[in-house]
Write a protein that binds this ligand. Structure first.
Ligand SMILES: [Mg+2]
Length: 265
């Protein structure tokens, strides 16, 4: 079942594109078919686009370098991560606050850049993102800070993440021990939280009608688009198969095999 030419034209006529990366542009360290051409087309057609990722691990500069290694050159300001969204959210809730962070450079830099300070004693927030520097001591410390009044924030609600070697525990899995030990529920900022979509639209300077979200996950990318009333395009080059589609109570507006389909004809 191939997408109709008319539908492809609707997609190509959009002005703004919110693009998920893993499963759409690359898988691990492998570039997906047509991705280079698609990004080249976005640039040459002067489309507005933003790469949206729920991962809070990498800084925009690190993401730029990753794409560059795969042969794709883009400006670092086209990336919008859940770490940047978390920083924006916290700064709107409590400007120039303080945080105890369990996370990597992407998250730490994002909070520094909005004027947050790091605080191990009495922070306003405990913020958790993907991290390899995760330890019993840090969890123990975070639990006591939350019990003392710090608010608990997760950068994204992903339970696991795909890698070339299988899966890795992601933010929701890492924050659960803190939730269970304190009896408090974390607030999660990344997709499908519509905050992420609204911020992406602001970054694009586009309205909902002229924008399309492209992603490979029904429970984050597609639901986020639907709840923000942005047209959705599911790619089958990632985690979702055509058979899985019927198990969801909502459907994307467009379904393509991969971004290569948008470059044909
Ligand atoms: Mg994805």
């Amino acid at each position: 079942m191939k997408i109709h030419k008319e539908q492809i034209e609707v997609i190509r006529n959009k002005k703004g594109f919110i693009i998920d990366m893993d499963g759409v542009i690359y898988h691990g360290n492998k570039l997906l078919a047509g991705a280079g051409e698609f990004i080249g087309w976005l640039v040459s057609e002067k489309k507005r686009f933003v790469f949206l990722t729920n991962s809070s691990e990498r800084t925009p500069k690190e993401l730029q370098e990753k794409l560059s290694r795969l042969g794709i050159k883009v400006n670092k300001d086209v990336f919008y991560t859940s770490a940047l969204a978390t920083a924006m959210f916290l700064n709107s809730q409590k400007p120039r606050g303080s945080a105890y962070i369990i996370g990597e450079a992407g998250l730490i830099n994002a909070l520094y850049n909005v004027g947050y300070t790091m605080n191990n004693v009495n922070p306003d927030y405990v913020v958790v993102g993907e991290s390899r520097s995760y330890s019993y001591e840090r969890i123990e410390h975070a639990v006591n800070l939350v019990l003392a009044g710090a608010k608990l924030i997760g950068t994204n609600p992903d339970l696991t993440g795909p890698t070339e070697n299988g899966i890795i525990p992601a933010t929701k899995a890492l924050i659960s021990p803190i939730e269970l030990s304190t009896g408090r529920n974390a607030y999660f900022v990344g997709k499908p939280n519509p905050l992420m979509m609204r911020n992406a639209l602001k970054k694009l300077k586009c309205n909902r009608e002229e924008t399309l979200i492209i992603g490979d996950r029904m429970d984050t990318d597609i639901v986020a688009g639907i709840e923000s009333e942005i047209d959705t395009c599911l790619v089958l080059s990632g985690i979702t198969t055509r058979e899985m589609l019927s198990t969801f109570p909502y459907q994307p507006r467009f379904i393509i095999e991969g971004v290569k389909d948008l470059m044909e004809g």
